[in-house]
Design a protein around this ligand. Structure first.
Ligand SMILES: Nc1ncnc2c1ncn2[C@@H]1O[C@H](COP(=O)(O)OP(=O)(O)OP(=O)(O)O)[C@@H](O)[C@H]1O
Ligand code: NI
Length: 349
């Protein structure tokens, strides 16, 4: 089997704040294979953005610091690279798109010029004419009508959804191996969200890049991802393929997230209880204070190891380890969790 394109191993990204150390990402490991979409999912504050921004080190450091771990991309360790070396990778081999398309564009420059900028930096052998032609092509590919005219428009002349398309065009300009999309549809209305998701799927099919898709919305995950990384309080709770995780949610946290989907299980809107403090997280499993199955073992020591359930499916829960019987995790509404089609509507807060 070939090596994964990206391998994040035991990543710890902490912030030094006035209130102490914030353990935002605290020992996260996962792989992304060539051409696959991996969704990072979890409630607000679980460390999804910090994880994804640690990959290319676009975090503010300080106050952030990668205190441990490695990020291996195509055989290179990104964590030990200099800023200059990383600049050659960002926007070129790994590009990011973000939640708010407003912030990604400079209001004073035409969109075509802004997309072309990426090409001028990373593809300096291209002529002005070639850059313009490629920019129009990119706008066209990302579904902007009359691309050859819109290339000379300013950002304010585009709607929110169209701005996000422009930013996707910019991210794709250099044909990246990995696209990191952090809640790219959250700021858009529901119909536009669906269009942008479809666009990303189409583009991936055509270009074959890998995608890391960050979202708090499990409904979106089942539509777009191949594999899922469920995060909670800076830790990975469960990973597996979309089928494995949706048909057989194994960590009580994942199950609770699925129960929160509209029309599911107990139909609660949110998991009862609050996220733990980021500066003073609980011992043991970080989810134990909210977990109805927690035992003494869950309340002490470190986060439990990620026990394999089957294939690539694992869960960081003592019930899958020695001395426990996983069938004691009697999830309410587990039978409902077998239905595969989950809709995107209603998932947003
Ligand atoms: N610059 C910073 N300084 C201090 N703490 C930070 C900083 N950036 C993030 N954090 C903390 O790190 C934790 C993880 O934040 P992160 O943004 O990764 O969460 P998230 O899972 O992406 O949430 P959301 O769904 O709201 O985007 C949070 O508790 C946050 O307060
Ligand atoms: Ni985030």
């Amino acid at each position: 089997m070939s090596d994964p394109l990206l391998s994040v191993e035991d990543l710890k990204t902490h912030f030094h704040t006035e209130d102490g150390t914030a353990y935002a990402v605290d020992g996260v490991s996962f792989d992304v294979k060539q051409g696959e979409t991996v969704a990072i999912v979890g409630e607000s504050g679980s460390g999804k953005t910090v994880t994804s921004e640690s990959i290319t080190k676009i975090l503010d450091m300080p106050p952030g610091e990668i205190v441990e771990g490695t990020v291996t991309f195509d055989g290179m360790d990104l964590t030990s690279m200099t800023g200059k070396e990383l600049q050659k990778i960002r926007g070129n081999r790994i590009s990011h798109i973000f939640q708010n398309p407003q912030n990604g564009l400079n209001p004073v420059y035409k969109v075509g010029r802004q997309i072309g900028e990426t090409l001028r930096i990373h593809r300096s052998d291209m002529s002005k004419k070639e850059v313009r032609r490629r920019v129009i092509e990119l706008l066209d590919e990302t579904g902007i009508p009359e691309a050859s005219a819109r290339v000379d428009d300013y950002p304010h002349e585009f709607s929110g959804g169209m701005k996000q398309r422009v930013l996707i065009a910019m991210a794709l300009a250099c044909d990246p191996d990995l696209l990191i999309a952090d809640e790219p549809t959250t700021a858009l209305d529901v119909t536009i969200q669906a269009q942008i998701l479809r666009l990303l799927e189409d583009i991936q099919e055509e270009m074959g890049m890998s995608i890391i898709f960050v979202t708090h919305d499990l409904g979106v995950v089942s539509e777009i991802a191949d594999r899922v990384v469920v995060m909670y309080s800076g830790k990975v709770m469960e990973t597996g393929t979309v089928e494995e995780v949706f048909q057989n949610p194994s960590h009580p946290y994942t199950n609770a997230l699925i129960e929160c989907l509209p029309g599911r299980g107990r139909s609660m809107n949110r998991i009862p209880g609050a996220l733990p403090s980021v500066t003073n997280p609980p011992e043991g499993c970080r989810f134990h204070p909210r977990c109805e199955f927690a035992t003494e073992d869950c309340r002490t020591g470190d986060q439990p190891p990620r026990h394999t359930i089957e294939g690539s499916h694992d869960a960081s829960c003592v019930y899958y380890g020695p001395g426990y019987d996983a069938s004691d995790l009697t999830f309410d509404g587990a039978q409902n969790a077998n239905q595969q089609d989950v809709t995107t509507d209603g998932g947003e807060r």
